[in-house]
Write a protein that binds this ligand. Structure first.
Ligand SMILES: CC(C)(COP(=O)(O)OP(=O)(O)OC[C@H]1O[C@@H](n2cnc3c(N)ncnc32)[C@H](O)[C@@H]1OP(=O)(O)O)[C@@H](O)C(=O)NCCC(=O)NCCS
Length: 186
């Protein structure tokens, strides 16, 4: 067990998961708009199991994919944070910054704001030399978040090893950010 890190921003808390997050998390994982760039929607059991894994990872190492709470409403809006990609991805070993927000909370700058707080933890508290992010090449909304964070696109795409090569989501792009390139302010 490591000391729990729970960063916050002007508008958001990034915090450990709570039992009450499971219901809204299952709703967003069942929303085709949110899951458009994932191979399948998640049923309640799979969504809960994912939340359990994220909670356990934060409990173990102090950081991870945090539940994000709107400071004004105290409502759960999704997750943002840091994770360790599977070892068979071409960017491994590495630490990834990632995000998934409920549809009503898109278009407000929340993902970029929370991701900047996660990057700050990665660079300033964990002293990581580099953080990566990747997504299906057609996920332009997510790529725009990477670009707003000053991440640089790697020259080559890669085929995700968990998807058949002919799958429309198989081709992934990779973005990298070195510690010296991190801009803590917008
Ligand atoms: C990817 C995802 C998190 C991006 O959300 P987003 O709301 O587009 O991203 P941001 O939080 O950075 O918000 C930026 C938008 O908010 C707007 N905005 C409004 N108020 C703002 C503010 N105060 N500050 C900054 N931006 C603001 C920006 O103009 C921008 O709008 P635009 O996209 O029309 O140009 C969201 O689409 C999502 O959860 N998708 C599903 C999951 C997914 O695909 N995850 C990635 C898998 S690898």
């Amino acid at each position: 067990m490591s000391a729990l890190i729970e960063p916050y921003t002007e508008r958001l808390y990034l915090r450990q998961w709570r039992a009450s997050d499971r219901e809204p998390f299952a709703q967003l994982n069942a929303d085709p708009r949110v899951m458009a760039f994932f191979p399948t929607l998640l049923d309640r059991a799979t969504s809960d199991a994912l939340a359990d894994r994220m909670e356990a990872q934060i409990a173990k190492q102090g950081w991870g994919l945090w539940a994000v709470e709107d400071k004004t409403t105290h409502g759960f809006i999704g997750f943002v944070g840091l994770s360790i990609p599977p070892p068979d991805l071409p960017c491994s070993p590495s630490v990834e910054v990632g995000w998934r927000l409920a549809f009503p909370h898109w278009g407000k700058g929340f993902a970029t704001e929370a991701a900047r707080a996660a990057l700050r933890v990665g660079f300033e508290q964990l002293h990581l030399p580099e953080i990566v992010s990747f997504t299906a090449v057609c996920n332009h909304r997510s790529r725009r978040v990477m670009e707003r964070l000053n991440m640089r696109e790697a020259p080559d795409t890669f085929m995700h090893p968990r998807l058949p090569v002919e799958h429309p989501l198989a081709e992934h792009c990779l973005y990298r950010l070195r510690q010296a390139e991190f801009q803590p302010q917008p």
